[in-house]
Design a protein around this ligand. Structure first.
Ligand code: PBG
Ligand code: MG
Length: 329
């Protein structure tokens, strides 16, 4: 008898495909990044991220209500800090009345059940565009970790549910955890960017926040001394395990698509939820190809997102979250 097996019996109709589908996306898979700016009535499109915007607090509040009504229940907040508030110490990050702290309160007031995660890193506040204090051409680890711990407490005080350190300094998860415990924020979670690669896919994000490393003598031009080398795999597991040991509740792999092998490996290795950040450059690539008519936007978007989930993501941070949920109907 030939053929013995006809695999296409399980593919013949949408109904059977649906019935045997292994991976399904839902709105609750997503974490929605939001870019917040000072001012009122502002909704500025980011040049390298078509259809993605910097929002002032009033517009962010509207956006958050809309997300909630769509079933999107978690946001990841980033702020664009004006140049005059930037320095080499991240001072503005510790301002309890700063833009981030106001943004947290605004979301919680508008939508108390929305999960609020906050970016903890110095780069939006750094006059040099680095995730740490710069001295003699180096990014200082331990001095930076102290700032990150204080920043985390300030976010927790403002009402953040989770802090999300995106900097890759060594030992910061333990310091942040200790600082939160000391201040009584026992229930504030930590989502650690644990395997974050020094990637060229972050370009549009740095445009969005005007946070690229500056071109000055004695300031490193890239983040390769603290973010991971894209060639490395075992190191990703080591980094992730260390962050779990230090108290991370959720770990993350970043970027997404080029690193799905790492996602699967980490998913097999650890027993905490794994988040994946589909980053700005991944978003920009698809938008550009779709604008040219070279790729079908919606189909490619859904294929990418399902692949990220199939690889092992429990949480997907993505600029496509809204578009994807609209398609889910
Ligand atoms: N702390 C910096 C940070 N937090 C999130 C992103 C990138 C996100 C994206 O590209 O969408 C970056 C950029 C960087 O490391 O330079
Ligand atoms: Mg680490």
């Amino acid at each position: 008898m030939y053929p013995l097996i006809r695999n296409r019996r399980l593919r013949n109709s949408e109904a059977i495909r649906h019935l045997v589908r292994e991976t399904v996306l839902t709105p609750s898979d997503f974490l929605v990044p939001l870019f917040v700016v000072e001012g009122k009535g502002i909704k500025e499109e980011i040049a390298s991220m078509p259809n993605y915007y910097r929002l002032s607090l009033d517009n962010m509040e509207k956006e958050v209500r809309e997300l909630w009504n769509m079933g999107l229940c978690a946001v990841l907040l980033f702020v664009k800090v004006p140049d005059n508030l930037k320095d080499n110490a991240g001072s503005e990050a510790l301002n309890d009345h700063g833009l981030m702290q106001l943004a947290i309160k605004t979301v919680k007031n508008a939508c108390p059940d929305m999960l609020v995660m906050t970016d903890v890193a110095m780069d939006p506040y750094s006059s040099y565009g680095h995730d740490g204090i710069v001295a003699d051409g180096q990014i200082l680890n331990d001095e930076t970790v102290e700032v990150l711990a204080e920043m985390s407490v300030s976010h927790a005080k403002a009402g953040a549910d989770f802090v999300a350190p995106s900097d890759m300094m060594d030992g910061r998860i333990l310091s942040i955890r200790e600082a939160l415990e000391d201040e009584g924020y026992l229930n504030t979670g930590i989502m650690s960017y644990s395997a974050k690669y020094a990637s060229a896919f972050y370009g549009p994000f740095r445009d969005a926040l005007d946070s690229a490393p500056v071109d000055l003598k004695n300031v490193p031009k890239d983040k390769k001394s603290y973010q991971m080398d894209s060639a490395n795999r075992f190191e990703a597991i080591r980094e992730t395990q260390q962050d779990i040991d230090e108290g991370a509740d959720i770990v993350m792999v970043k970027p997404g698509l080029c690193y799905l092998d790492i996602v699967r490996e980490i998913k097999n290795e650890v027993d905490v939820p794994v988040a994946v950040y589909q980053v700005s450059g991944e978003y920009a690539m698809l938008k550009a190809a779709a604008e040219k008519g070279w790729l079908d936007h919606d189909s490619v978007m859904m294929e990418q997102l399902i692949s990220i989930k199939r690889a092992g993501a429990n949480i997907i941070a993505s600029y496509f979250a809204k578009d994807a949920v609209k398609l889910m109907g």
